[in-house]
Design a binder for this molecule. Structure first.
Ligand SMILES: NC(=O)c1ccc[n+]([C@@H]2O[C@H](COP(=O)([O-])OP(=O)(O)OC[C@H]3O[C@@H](n4cnc5c(N)ncnc54)[C@H](OP(=O)(O)O)[C@@H]3O)[C@@H](O)[C@H]2O)c1
Length: 341
């Protein structure tokens, strides 16, 4: 099976690299800058368990030419959501009559609909990456949290299952990916809070007031999901509806319970925080934005998530001076909820 990774960033390099390391035929479509970097550095992949995998540059199939998609049996779309439309157009122009499977390993709900709109006759599958991957140095990608990948069930899934098993990457195939995607959004609601805290994930989640902010955003989302009759999947040891309750518990109880929910190391940060630090536009519209959109569809409001979007948008234009303390953030969110702004 020939795999093509479209977008050699954190997720593309990590998943593609793990598969290439066990001998899979993986090619990477990269930006010219990334091509030059990886051509020199190769890949180093590490994880929260202490695993280290190195792939020499000579063993990586790198290309800046999107035409290589014509060789692929399966393509993993691993670009940020804002780049999906462009990638869909590039795929349309280059694939012609060739029909590989296309898996979107992106956050949010809107990427697959964009791909399906432009690539009408292709098999597009929802994918979900549960864990966090961050760049540590050029060519070094670190998996900071645990979890199983999810992909929409399809007829030839056994081939992929076998390969991921070899690479020791847990993968689950689901019929109901909407439930999985919403469950992931509930967890990703912490991305904006983590970004605004400017702290590593573990440190931010150790703060009770930041956790209360997350619980408020999750509670608002769960209420809307109930109204829409969408039942989020259970991605952690705790069901989605219990998450805000567990998260709001005092520090000492949360510490004990969270060990069972998620392995997380001191290096992990949300990629939204990295985006803010690097002055890039974030994916907030594809995460909290989905909640606001759902509220609109239901004729309701989502003031907590709307406020988090506004704060991130302000942070996007304010350079490196964007952090908000836990008490201030909680006060802002409570105020927004009261006013229903
Ligand atoms: N990182 C995580 O921890 C994590 C976890 C779960 C899910 N996700 C999701 O996974 C997706 C990818 O995230 P990421 O963190 O891996 O992003 P990333 O590190 O920014 O990687 C995306 C890469 O794709 C490149 N790219 C964009 N358009 C391209 C094109 N047309 N041709 C070739 N390359 C292109 C980008 O280059 P430029 O930057 O130059 O555009 C960048 O190198 C997102 O939807 C994210 O939400 C991420």
């Amino acid at each position: 099976m020939k795999i093509c990774i479209y977008g050699a960033g954190s997720i593309g390099c990590y998943i593609g690299g793990r598969l290439a390391a066990v001998g899979a035929d993986v090619s990477f479509i990269t930006r010219p800058r990334v091509y030059e970097e990886l051509r020199t550095s190769g890949l180093k992949l590490t994880d929260y368990t202490g695993k280290t995998i190195k792939i020499a540059a000579k063993d990586l199939q790198l290309s800046v030419d999107p035409k290589i998609v014509t060789d692929a049996d399966i393509i993993f779309v691993c670009v940020k959501s804002a780049a999906t439309e462009q990638v869909a157009k590039e795929l349309y122009n280059n694939l012609g009559a060739h029909r590989p499977y296309i898996v979107s390993f992106q956050n949010g709900l809107s990427n697959v609909p964009i791909l399906k709109r432009i690539l009408k006759h292709h098999s597009i599958l929802e994918g979900m990456v549960p864990f966090n991957v961050a760049v540590q140095a050029v060519g070094h990608f670190h998996q900071g949290t645990s979890g199983a990948l999810h992909v929409k069930a399809y007829t030839q899934q056994q081939d992929l299952a076998k390969l991921f098993k070899q690479a020791e990457l847990e993968i689950v195939f689901n019929q109901d990916m909407l439930a999985v995607q919403w469950a992931k959004i509930l967890l990703n609601l912490n991305n904006s809070i983590n970004a605004l805290s400017k702290l590593p994930l573990k440190q931010q989640l150790s703060n009770h007031q930041y956790r209360q902010c997350l619980a408020m955003a999750q509670q608002e989302t769960l209420h809307l999901l109930d109204l829409a009759q969408i039942k989020p999947a259970k991605l952690t040891a705790i069901s989605a509806h219990l998450l805000p309750k567990i998260i709001s518990l005092p520090n000492f109880i949360f510490k004990i319970l969270s060990r069972k929910m998620l392995a997380i190391d001191p290096l992990a940060r949300s990629s939204m925080q990295d985006d803010l630090m690097a002055g890039r536009t974030t994916e907030v519209d594809w995460i909290n934005g989905e909640v606001v959109q759902l509220a609109q569809q239901l004729g309701k409001q989502a003031p907590i998530n709307k406020t988090l979007i506004e704060l991130i948008k302000q942070a996007e234009i304010s350079g490196s001076e964007f952090s908000i303390g836990a008490h201030d953030l909680k006060t802002k969110l409570e105020h927004a909820a009261k006013l229903k702004v």
